[in-house]
Design a protein around this ligand. Structure first.
Ligand SMILES: Cc1cc2nc3c(=O)[nH]c(=O)nc-3n(C[C@H](O)[C@H](O)[C@H](O)COP(=O)(O)OP(=O)(O)OC[C@H]3O[C@@H](n4cnc5c(N)ncnc54)[C@H](O)[C@@H]3O)c2cc1C
Ligand SMILES: *[C@@H]1O[C@H](CO)[C@@H](O)[C@H](O)[C@H]1NC(C)=O
Length: 546
């Protein structure tokens, strides 16, 4: 009989887990609290406690070819960065294509997940769910994949700011922010410069009388657009750049990249300059923030210190009077109320997980926590890879190191975290941070789907160029090994066509003599960049591999 796996949540992590379970011959049973799929990407007109909330104008910060599931490219006519409603449509297509919905029990909440008494031999779990009529059900499962998300419990750190009870205006969290209507003609302070903070501040600054953006650390702000207007993640996240950042001195890479970025807008001049270097931390992805600062619509401020009636005091001693509203973009805390308390760790219930996936203390690795991770890349390919690994571990096809090894690695994790605490101002985020390519390649190795440069070089030299010099698109993990997809090669060969497709809305004049037939977007990227630097990098790269 097929092993039964409980999937908690039908957001994108839940969907891909159902699909991967089916691939591995497991029987997925998904429980979703709401009445629809999509999780975070299902927009709600008003905030609902316990659910995640997104704003009306949200557009992805990762591009379609990089963020799609590895065996289901996004439609060619999709724009490269899309509105949340369009991404939700893609998830609906995915669910339909692989017929996933019949495995989902909607309006059913998972209340508790506990090891069964014979857990150490069977690895089984007792799962209690509550359905729409409030009735409890008991289930037994061979595995549990936790896909309940991490953006549901906003952190509103009012207590950190003396005088907050005297504030005469309104305080919001970005979780409840929908659009700027309520802020028209007002004076607004936005606190925190994450991706949400940047978006919210820019949008409010278009209709408010004055908008301030307060940040403790500052940030490196990059646009979605790279050289020649190509998606930034496609040009930045390649195996080539990965190898280079590993090989070259970090200080040099940082210097070159920061210099490049400051060419567009000097972070010091714009009041954005952080203390950390570019590669040390997540960047803020925002195309309009510098422009709004240039127009004076958005004013950068230092860290918020406290409130005095309608005035806000900042750490540099400046005071802004008559503030009508403050929007805190101060993140979320992760809560898994249904999991055994023994799996949680740390004051905020944050978890230590082996490879950010498996709780190391369990005797049997039949439970995995999906997507509890931060990376400088799209989250979907990460969750898909995690799902492929976790299901193979549950199915007994992959094995984790013995518990002692993992527990001793826990020590290493703890030390690494301590190290991160020192270099990051937000230790919780630091603990979740992974290096995108290293992480995916590690798991790909574990399940045997990492493309081998040497084997590919002999068999398919065209493909090898695309895979190793081109964007790190997820299709490459479907070329070989378990879960191989016959369309993967074609998907890689046509990825730039799908990038170009949505632009082809007007016939443009093309001069008779093209420079060469080689002018693929990829070539353009290289040529458009610093030619000398590119050649230099390529030489090192070739020297390394051949
Ligand atoms: C504003 C914002 C923008 C983002 N933009 C991007 C982007 O552009 N690119 C990118 O790669 N990532 C982005 N992310 C990251 C984002 O987290 C992921 O893209 C993704 O949405 C996570 O999906 P998930 O399925 O893990 O969680 P969620 O989407 O949160 O889904 C969790 C699901 O589980 C259900 N659930 C929860 N608890 C229970 C329970 N006890 N029982 C039953 N069901 C339950 C919920 O109802 C929900 O449907 C963004 C995040 C935010 C907050
Ligand atoms: C995109 O935005 C979300 C939400 O702020 C963030 O978690 C994620 O890391 C961002 N992606 C990248 C590649 O920066």
């Amino acid at each position: 009989m097929a092993r039964r796996v409980a999937v908690v949540g039908a957001g994108i992590s839940g969907l891909v887990c159902i699909k991967v379970c089916l691939d591995e011959g497991l029987e997925p049973v998904c429980f979703e609290r709401s009445d629809d799929i999509g999780g975070l990407w299902k927009f709600k007109e008003s905030p609902e406690p316990g659910f995640s909330g997104i704003y009306r104008s949200l557009v992805t910060n990762t591009s379609k070819e990089m963020m799609c599931f590895s065996d289901f490219p996004m439609p060619a006519d999709y724009p490269n960065y899309m509105h949340h409603s369009q991404l939700l449509r893609y998830f609906r297509l995915y669910a339909e294509h692989f017929d996933l919905k019949r495995h989902i029990n909607f309006q059913t909440t998972v209340r508790s997940v506990r090891q069964r008494p014979d857990f150490s031999t069977t690895g089984q779990w007792d799962v209690v769910t509550v359905n729409r009529d409030g009735e409890e059900d008991q289930h037994i499962f061979d595995g549990v994949l936790v896909c309940s998300g991490q953006y549901t419990h906003p952190v509103l750190p009012l207590g950190d700011f003396p005088g907050h009870e005297t504030f005469t205006g309104r305080c919001y969290h970005s979780w409840e922010y929908k659009d700027a209507d309520a802020f028209r003609g007002k004076k607004v302070v936005v606190v925190g410069i994450g991706n949400s903070g940047g978006d919210v501040a820019v949008e409010i600054s278009r209709s408010a009388e004055k908008t301030f953006l307060s940040t403790r650390d500052g940030a490196w702000v990059v646009g979605r657009m790279s050289t020649n207007g190509l998606p930034l993640d496609m040009t930045a996240i390649t195996r080539l750049t990965h190898v280079l950042t590993l090989l070259l001195p970090k200080a040099l890479v940082n210097w070159v990249a920061q210099r490049d970025l400051n060419h567009k807008y000097d972070h010091r001049l714009y009041g954005l300059m952080p203390r950390h270097r570019l590669l040390d931390k997540r960047v803020v992805i925002n195309d309009d923030l510098p422009g709004q600062i240039l127009q004076g619509a958005l004013v950068m401020k230092s860290n918020l210190q406290g409130f005095q009636g309608s005035a806000l005091v900042f750490e540099d001693g400046t005071v802004e009077e008559n503030i009508d509203a403050v929007v805190f973009c101060t993140g979320y805390k992760t809560i898994f109320s249904f999991l055994p308390p023994s799996l949680s760790w740390g004051p905020d219930g944050e978890m230590t997980l082996y490879k950010r996936l498996f709780p190391p203390s369990l005797e049997c690795h039949t439970l995995a926590i999906m997507g509890l991770i931060q990376a400088k890349g799209p989250i979907m390919p990460i969750v898909e890879m995690q799902a492929r690994w976790a299901t193979r571990v549950i199915a007994g096809l992959c094995h984790l190191p013995p518990q002692e090894t993992m527990l001793s690695m826990q020590l290493i994790i703890a030390v690494t975290c301590l190290f991160c605490f020192l270099s990051y101002s937000c230790p919780k985020q630091a603990a979740l941070q992974v290096t995108y390519i290293s992480y995916l390649d590690f798991i790909a190795d574990e399940i045997g789907v990492r493309p081998s440069i040497f084997r590919l070089l002999l068999r398919d030299p065209v493909l090898v160029l695309k895979v190793f010099l081109g964007p790190y698109t997820p299709y490459q993990f479907r070329l070989t090994g378990p879960g191989r997809w016959a369309g993967a090669r074609q998907a890689i060969l046509t990825q730039w066509e799908r990038v170009a497709h949505p632009f082809k809305t007007r016939v443009v004049y093309e001069p008779e003599t093209r420079l060469c037939g080689l002018c693929s977007p990829w070539m353009l990227t290289l040529v458009g960049g610093d030619l000398v630097v590119t050649i230099f990098f390529c030489l090192i790269y070739l020297g390394f591999f051949f």
